[in-house]
Write a protein that binds this ligand. Structure first.
Ligand code: ADP
Ligand code: MG
Length: 256
């Protein structure tokens, strides 16, 4: 079953052609990482899948349906969390269920469960300003995952965290992902993170007219410990292959 399809997608902003003839499919439940030089169109591709942008050419499908408006099957996690500062951790996590009309008591119950899953059980009454960066990220993760939507769109979600917190969060995300079975599109500028997390790495070429330059399977065993993934036999070979290709695009983007 294919969850996400881009079929010969082109995307223009005025006279600038960001993407051209971009096609790929992501099967249900796959963890797909997207890498490429700055400005190649990674965030734009997430926005196309989220239904926030419309392609100038070609089509985008979600679970077989062409996306024509906001994709209700997809939830975002950005680098900056979207927590409301005047609401507690619990209230922030409850937002999605309440918006979908889940009765308040049930929403409280679900939100508590998710705060427990992200190891914040005792901090549910705290406001975002009373939480550390890692704790806020955990709340944001619970806030996104509680909706149990089939598609998770992650745009540099962990980039702003310190290295140790980041590795912890990455491992926790992988555990939760394996539990809920969502399809993940994970944009990162960090190739090591991409390979450590993903089933597959999609490499975009430099813009304008960015396209799919490479599609690399990551057949490393799971469960993985992200902080130690680089020591798994096979990791270095994948890294080297993708890096050689990525480097050319980074240089092209820099030169252009
Ligand atoms: N709303 C917009 N208007 C004009 N140009 C845009 C807009 N959004 C993105 N772009 C351009 O499209 C290209 C791809 O942007 P983006 O998807 O943000 O790249 P990435 O996430 O890979 O860094 C960039 O050249 C960017 O400047
Ligand atoms: Mg971006």
């Amino acid at each position: 079953m294919t969850e996400v399809t881009l079929d010969s997608v082109g995307l223009r902003f005025g006279s600038y052609s960001a993407l051209q003839d971009l096609s790929f499919e992501v099967p249900r439940g796959q963890f797909a990482a997207i890498v490429g030089p700055t400005g190649c169109g990674k965030s734009s591709v997430l926005n196309l899948i989220g239904g926030l942008l419309k392609p100038s050419a070609g089509k985008v499908f979600s679970a077989g349906r062409e996306i024509s408006t906001i994709n209700r099957d997809a939830v975002y996690m950005f680098q900056q969390d979207a927590l409301l500062p005047w609401k507690t951790a619990l209230e922030n996590v409850m937002l999605g269920p309440l918006l979908r009309g889940v009765p308040r008591q049930q929403a409280v119950k679900d939100a508590r469960l998710w705060l427990e899953r992200v190891k914040l059980r005792d901090l549910d009454a705290r406001f975002p300003s009373q939480l550390s960066g890692g704790q806020r990220k955990r709340v944001a993760m619970a806030q996104a995952l509680i909706n149990r939507l089939p598609i998770l769109l992650m745009d540099e979600s962990f980039s702003a965290l310190d290295a140790q917190t980041r590795a912890l969060m990455e491992n926790e995300l992988l555990e939760l992902w394996q539990e809920i079975g969502a399809t993940v599109l994970f944009v990162t500028h960090d190739l090591e993170e991409a390979i450590a997390m993903a089933d597959r790495v999609l490499l975009f070429s430099a813009g304008p007219n960015a396209r799919l330059k490479g599609d690399y399977p990551v057949a490393l065993p799971r469960p993985r410990n992200v902080a130690e993934a680089r020591f798994i036999p096979g990791f270095a070979e994948i890294y080297e292959t993708v890096w050689r290709n990525l480097r050319e695009e980074v240089m092209a983007a820099y030169a252009g």
